[in-house]
Design a binder for this molecule. Sequence first.
Ligand code: SF4
Length: 366
Amino acid sequence: MELSISRINNFVGCPYSLELFYKYGIVSTKWKDAAEMGTAYHKLHEVAVNAEQDGTNVMEAVAAVINEKYEHCPSHKTVEEWEKEQALVTYGFLAYHWFYDVADFEIIKAEVPFYGVPILDSEGNDTGHTLKGRIDNLIRMPNGHILIHDFKTTSHDLTSGSYWTAQQNNMQMRTYLYAARCLQSHGVLEEFGIGKDEIIFGAMIDVWKKPGISPKFITQKDTKLLVEGGQYYSNDFKVEWTSDLECRANGVITQVKMGAKGAAYAIRETPDMYGARLIHVMTEDPDMYFARRNVPITDRDMALFQDNLAKIVRTIDFMNQTDNWYNVKTKCRETYTCDYTGICDADIDISQGILPEGFKCIFDKE
Ligand code: SF4
């Protein structure tokens, strides 16, 4: 099998998830907000690095990606939800670049895909399984050390020790380091200037905590201040009535709640107004929203990881050969809601070939 780290983690938590995927080819067709937003945020960083290395305009390249991605609101989202996501990704990226104004490392290569990386046990025996995935960046520190650099988005508290302990023990960074060293040993990284004799030391995690605020109606008092002062969180906004029923902020129609008496009213933030508040929140207390840490990974860590990974895939083989897959229903909603709850909550017997709504079989296409 060719396995990604997310499939391996899913298997470790609940083997049945891998049976559904590999044996029956079942995948969810539902939109995953957190994953989609994380993918968009990663994409902006990738495009920015590539534009910088190509000598083209970074902001133009980033704006083109945002415009393409958010041009059409999908049917399962409201326009407000779509605009909120666009603002979060855009202003999160801008605040990141404000906070890390001066790079303290060199990005050697953005987005390094890998596939077919053999999973060997600690004695070098091939398990017959391979790894696939994508490393966000390979970077070089001022002291010359080469590291894996991984962007993460989260809703967790970055000041919490438990978040970082979980990252330290996360298999993902070890998988990426294992893959990078494998690519290096085959000379694949030489085109990026990483020779076989250099050491890829470990990993750095670069986390953005998404602000938990949403677009809102501002108060009548703040609306009045905005109309008179023309400013909202240090950004210029011109609010004007363009007809008896239509109010605009910088030309964008905004919702209005009329007050009980007189001419008082309150407007709802437009996406740009919400973005101005997002930037304010993130730049006022950046350590709450951005954190970068090295993840030390020793040779012993890697040896234990390799040994463990080989045991995991051999357990997969055993379950597959003996049809001994089992489920762990306590995992269905432990950290994230599992993709397959639509099947497992109702104990649907998928061996009958009938899938509930929200799933498809990828084997059908073959
Ligand atoms: S929904 Fe629960 S039981 Fe089903 S595969 Fe996911 S974690 Fe396992």
